[in-house]
Write a protein that binds this ligand. Structure first.
Ligand code: AMP
Length: 116
């Protein structure tokens, strides 16, 4: 079954796409956590970071460099931003299609809430 992000990649459901090439697609998160919240996804369906194969090395690098370029275009690179890849249940991954969150535009605080 096609993931919701695959449908966005193929243009089958609408999204606010900010960048697309042969390998990756970037679009605004529907429920943004900050003024800039963009998801960068591989066009091919890879369920989780744990499913990346050796042959995906260039693709994984391209995801990261695409996020870096978009951060510059969005004007958040100088002050900084956060890149997050949630993986599987304990990682808090909800959509089973690998995606890199690019989040910024405000101070984001510490990375992970520590348990009391
Ligand atoms: P994760 O918890 O890492 O799997 O994050 C999934 C993200 O996808 C969440 O931040 C959602 O708000 C976002 N999301 C879910 N459906 C859509 C959609 N149709 N368009 C854009 N973002 C979405």
């Amino acid at each position: 079954m096609s993931s919701i992000f695959s449908k966005i990649v193929k243009g089958e459901i609408p999204a606010d796409i900010v960048y697309q090439d042969d390998l990756v697609t970037a679009f605004r998160d529907i429920n943004p956590a900050a003024p800039v919240h963009i998801l960068v996804v591989p066009n091919k369906e890879i369920a989780t970071a744990d499913d990346l194969a050796d042959e995906d090395e260039a693709l994984a690098g391209h995801l990261l460099l695409t996020a870096r370029r978009i951060a510059r275009e969005q004007g958040i690179a100088d002050r900084g931003y956060r890149l997050i890849v949630n993986c599987k249940a304990d990682g808090g991954q909800e959509v089973p299609h690998l995606h890199l969150h690019l989040i910024g535009g405000r101070p984001l605080g510490s990375m992970v809430k520590r348990q009391a």
